[in-house]
Design a protein around this ligand. Structure first.
Ligand code: F6P
Length: 476
């Protein structure tokens, strides 16, 4: 079982660029007291720290409470559209894309045999939504609408449109059996809608914020429907909880959450303002998107905080590689390396891939017979060294395998590190007041009742005629 292996955060390469260790030891007490504040509910916004214990205390109940719905949906649907944005969608998408077959939608029968997940409500772009509606015609879909507040514009509008689609296609009665909700269990518009329409609904606890919600029904229900082993996913998180929150483990050497939180804060305080999470398979792009929201919304406070970016290698070595190597030195890189690249052999990977002998005379004969994972490994080592030489502090998360257990472990460690690091830096990692500004402007401009005064102000700012404008110089 994977549990005997270990998650490693290798920061030896970063140490070659910047003397982290020296600074980290000064940070230790601060980190330990931040950890204690988080665990005792004595830090900022303790009302949003329910996720810390949730994996251990609530997940077993949730896993059994979702079972019936998982069976219902799996029996009557071959696709499920997850409607949500930010924390209501990113964690699910991350795990789903990492662990299921990339091309399941093309050859569902032979690869997957579980409902395929599609995504909506995470944008307002008409092109993609229109194409999703085309794709749905090939399936017998259900919808899970996910919104903690129940009032977010993007998922609310997508839900309206998709509900209409189901009703046009299946009639109102059957459509209503194909709609499920995940939302605040006590109040909000979505809860009201679910109750009025008899949609089955599942709770996002009040004390768990969106970006910390992947282990609640938000992630567990859709992932279980898609055939992901959610019991293992939760078990990984529980192990991370045990390893990292224990009173006995205040050591930076053995506590990955403490270590990662400390290193990030030390680097930030020493002019490294951007962190890029570097993944090494297109299947892990979603993981970086989840991570960016987690740290972006948590850290970006009071005009401070690391900007979380991402890169997918080796693809982006051919676009961003130059900047990593030679651009402004305000960047550090945190890689995710999977030690056993064939860990998905039990899942979506069906074969080992060796580089064949060939008569191509392409200059790559020296690699014939080697496994592709050998090339990946050498590319990684070469990149780590080159970036260190280029003075980019380089951290490497080594995950023994890419599977549900280790993803659960790693994601929970990151959530803890985010909370601890934020408290240690003196900011509130559990609110997101800055997101409201764009929403308020948008509501005012769209004519939402009660925003009339703001609308007048904003429109006058948009129409200041004496601004320089860009001109279109060509016409068709
Ligand atoms: O689940 P909700 O309430 O629709 O919110 C979705 C996302 O929007 C935000 O509130 C930001 O606007 C995130 O924090 C959250 O994950």
């Amino acid at each position: 079982m994977s549990q005997e292996k270990r998650l490693i955060l290798d920061w030896t390469k970063a140490h070659d660029v910047f003397p982290i260790e020296k600074h980290l030891s000064n940070e230790t007490n601060n980190l330990i007291s931040a950890k204690k504040s988080l665990l005792s509910g004595k830090g900022k916004s303790p009302e949003f720290t329910g996720w810390v214990n949730y994996v251990k205390e609530e997940c077993p109940n949730i896993l059994s409470s979702i079972k019936k719905t998982v069976d219902t949906i799996s029996n009557h649907s071959d696709a499920v559209v997850i409607v949500g944005i930010g924390g209501s969608l990113l964690g699910t998408k991350a795990v789903y894309e990492a662990l299921t077959h990339t091309y399941a939608s093309i050859n569902q029968e032979s690869f997957h045999r579980k409902p395929i997940l599609f995504w909506a409500g995470h944008h307002i772009a008409l092109d993609e939504l229109s194409e999703l509606l085309d794709a749905l015609d090939n399936y017998t879909p259900s919808i899970i609408v996910v919104s903690k507040s129940g009032g977010t514009t993007e998922p609310a509008l997508a839900f309206r449109i998709l509900k209409q689609y189901l009703e046009d296609r299946f009639g109102c009665d059957e459509a209503s059996h194909r709609i499920f909700a995940i939302t605040d269990p006590q109040d909000g518009t979505l809860l009201k809608i679910a109750k009025e329409n008899n949609y089955p609904y599942f709770p996002i606890p009040k004390n768990v914020g969106g970006r910390y919600s992947v282990f609640t029904p938000v992630g567990l229900l859709p992932l279980a429907i898609a055939g992901i082993n959610v019991t293992e996913f939760v078990a990984g998180a529980v192990q991370a909880f045990d390893d990292c929150t224990s009173e006995k483990n205040h050591s930076i050497e053995t506590n990955p959450a403490l270590c990662y939180a400390g290193i990030r804060n030390v680097l930030y305080a020493n002019k490294y303002k951007i962190e890029s999470l570097c993944t090494w398979t297109p299947k892990a792009r979603g993981i970086a998107e989840w991570w960016k929201q987690l740290f972006g919304e948590s850290d970006g406070k009071e005009n401070t905080g690391i900007f979380p970016a991402s890169a997918n290698f080796t693809t982006d070595l051919h676009s961003l590689g130059q900047y990593f190597q030679d651009g402004e030195r305000h960047l550090f890189a945190t890689h995710i390396k999977i030690q056993d690249e064939y860990s998905l052999l039990k899942g979506s990977i069906k074969r080992k891939i060796k580089i064949p002998e060939s008569n191509l005379k392409d200059g790559f004969e020296f690699l014939a017979g080697k496994d592709l994972s050998y090339v990946q490994n050498e590319a990684q080592q070469g990149t780590f060294l080159a970036h260190s030489d280029g003075k980019v502090p380089t951290l490497v998360w080594e995950l023994p395998e890419l599977n549900a257990w280790w993803l659960g472990y790693w994601m929970y460690v990151n959530m803890l590190a985010c909370g601890i690091g934020g408290y240690a830096r003196g900011i509130n990692p559990f609110d997101q007041p800055g997101v409201e500004d764009y929403k308020n402007n948008m509501f005012a401009l769209m004519g939402k009742p009660s925003y009339a005064d703001k609308a007048a102000q904003i429109k006058s700012r948009l129409n200041t005629g004496n601004r320089l404008r860009s001109l279109g110089l060509t016409s068709k």
